[in-house]
Design a protein around this ligand. Structure first.
Ligand code: G3P
Ligand code: CA
Length: 236
């Protein structure tokens, strides 16, 4: 089963920052997952929430900021004093961390609240300019963007929200992918049947070993964990 570092090594480092990604880049995991928003001056930046409030010392919507404004913010001190002065990275800066590694890069486009027109194309172009397109996986809760990405790139994930009670295998086919990212509670209930129907199931966020082993035993293709180092050591 593949292991992805969720928002980098986010259990031990400030999520979605260069220190969290550098830590993950040193681990023999299969990939790393990260979240992307678009700034008002067109730069792609790596942060989970629509607002900077939770993970920085600033306030406000990411979409309303310029890169210069965003770079003033401290995205490390909320986690621990030792990370004071850590900035929010651009997507390009994160790609540079993985330039010489083998890891798959799962870029989750956070376009389900604000649509960020052109974001799919921008991510693909940036990956191509870094020579990383063959390791790029684009996912989103915005399935229109996942559908757009399937036309531009051959390894694409569809994150399907866990409260959608439809035939997800058929739905994923309409979107143009076999790959579905499921929440842990949903995967424990419906993962096995989706795997039987031909889906490649990836599950977030799996921090407990017993759940990881249960998912592996039903044939789950990969998990996202905040503690990749610990998971690698403990999983049998
Ligand atoms: O890609 C899976 C997972 O990251 C989706 O949830 O909220 O952690 O971005 P979230
Ligand atoms: Ca994510």
């Amino acid at each position: 089963m593949e292991i992805f570092a969720h928002r980098g090594s986010s259990g031990t480092h400030p999520e979605n920052t260069v220190p969290a990604f550098k830590e993950a880049a040193m681990l023999p995991v299969d990939g790393v997952e990260l979240d992307v928003h678009l700034l008002k001056d067109g730069e792609l930046v790596v942060i989970h929430d629509e607002k900077v409030n939770r993970t920085t010392n600033g306030k406000g919507y990411v979409k309303d900021m310029t890169l210069a404004e965003l770079k003033q913010l401290d995205a490390g001190s909320w986690k621990a004093d030792k990370w004071i002065g850590t900035a929010i990275p651009t997507l390009g800066e994160v790609f540079e961390v993985f330039a010489e590694t083998w890891h798959d890069l799962n870029v989750e486009l956070k376009t389900d609240i604000f649509p960020y027109p052109g974001a799919v194309k921008k991510v693909v172009e940036l990956a191509v300019s870094h020579g990383l397109e063959n390791r790029l996986v684009i996912s989103s809760f915005n399935h229109l963007d996942v559908q757009e990405a399937t036309g531009q790139h051959n390894v694409t994930g569809a994150i399907l929200a866990s409260n959608i009670l439809v035939d997800m295998a058929a739905y994923a086919e309409i979107v143009g992918t076999k790959r579905v990212h499921l929440s842990l509670p949903f995967a424990l209930r419906h993962g096995a049947e989706l795997i039987k129907k031909g889906c490649e199931v990836y599950v977030y966020t799996v921090n407990r070993l017993d759940y990881a082993e249960q998912l592996r035993d039903i044939g789950v293709k990969g998990i996202f964990t905040d503690y990749p180092e610990k998971m690698l050591k403990e999983i049998t």
